[in-house]
Design a protein around this ligand. Structure first.
Ligand code: GLU
Length: 297
């Protein structure tokens, strides 16, 4: 399958092959928060779902920090993410992976994709594209310059075939501000880290077609994806923005311990009947006994 990428240099192909081998070795999940602030209950619910599935399947669970979008990073967030996961008993395997330390890899892929004419430069503004749900191909055949012009850089888009089954349109792989796009970094990481299963929040479901097109462009099979419903309150209502965006601090201040918070998150995920006190490990045992380890997509 990787053979469909002619002229791919060894330093790019080997990590992909290693990743595929890792993937065949068993379940490998991951949690990939962006360090834009403290984890809120919505993120924590996703973290719990993804951790539970990995542990129920006797798999590994990696922690990756998506910190490429530096203007949105908040200082202290990387530490507080680790602290909160630890406090809840959601322990990860291996070292924390920081995307900011992997920029060289993403740029090597961008250069190769550009060299093989898989990309094109696009100078459409957000405003020009407003109203079209999928990129209409405006700059595809315009051979625009890759560098600065009128004080602006272009974005770099992947040429996606019109009969693409994922219907993603031409995905942006390098943004007009020069940053590597999440869609590229995440796909390269899933592959190189050998991720077999991605369990994440429903809000990322709409990112999937673009990611599937990128997997295709990299000649590699995607992992399994499952999107878990966003957390709800006990009455089944979506949490308000304010409730969902609160982190652990107010709960701790109100005297909640980890078992109380896990119980609350588990109730929100419909894994236990109602809010109860339960540790992450007890919850995992409970699900294993009931045969409820997989989350529906
Ligand atoms: N870091 C991104 C986020 O937190 C994406 C995570 C993912 O693909 O799971 O929204």
């Amino acid at each position: 399958m990787l053979s469909s990428l002619p002229g791919l240099p060894d330093h790019l192909i080997e990590p992909l092959q290693d990743g595929l081998l890792l993937r065949r070795g068993g379940y490998r999940g991951r949690f990939a928060p962006s360090p834009t602030g403290e984890l809120h209950l919505g993120n924590l619910s996703t973290a719990l779902a993804s951790w539970l599935e990995a542990r129920c399947r006797d798999g590994l669970w990696l922690l990756r920090i998506d910190d490429l979008d530096t203007p949105r990073n908040r200082s202290g967030a990387v530490d507080s993410i680790q602290h909160d996961l630890h406090w809840l008993g959601l322990h990860w395997d291996g070292p924390v992976i920081l995307q900011s330390q992997r920029k060289g890899i993403y740029h090597s892929w961008l250069s190769w994709l550009r060299r093989t004419n898989a990309l094109f430069a696009c100078r459409c503004s957000r405003r020009m594209l407003a109203g079209s749900s999928r990129y209409p191909g405006t700059c595809r055949d315009r051979q625009l310059s890759w560098g600065w012009s009128d004080g602006r850089l272009p974005s770099w888009r992947l040429r996606v075939a019109a009969d693409d089954p994922h219907q993603s349109g031409d995905v942006v792989l390098r943004r007009a501000d020069g940053f590597v796009a999440y869609q590229l970094a995440t796909v390269i990481d899933e592959l190189q880290l050998g991720i077999s299963d991605v369990v994440r929040g429903d809000d990322l479901r709409e990112a999937l077609p673009a990611q599937l097109s990128v997997f295709d462009a990299l000649g590699s099979p995607p992992p399994r994806f499952r999107h878990v419903p966003l957390i709800r309150d006990l009455a089944g209502r979506k949490l308000s923005k304010r409730e969902a965006s609160a982190g652990l601090a107010p709960l701790r201040q109100a005297g909640s311990d980890a078992a109380a918070v896990i119980g609350r998150l588990a109730a929100g995920l419909n894994l236990v009947e109602r809010e109860t006190r339960i540790s992450a490990n007890e919850l995992r045992q409970h699900l294993t006994q009931k045969g409820l380890c997989a989350f529906d997509s």
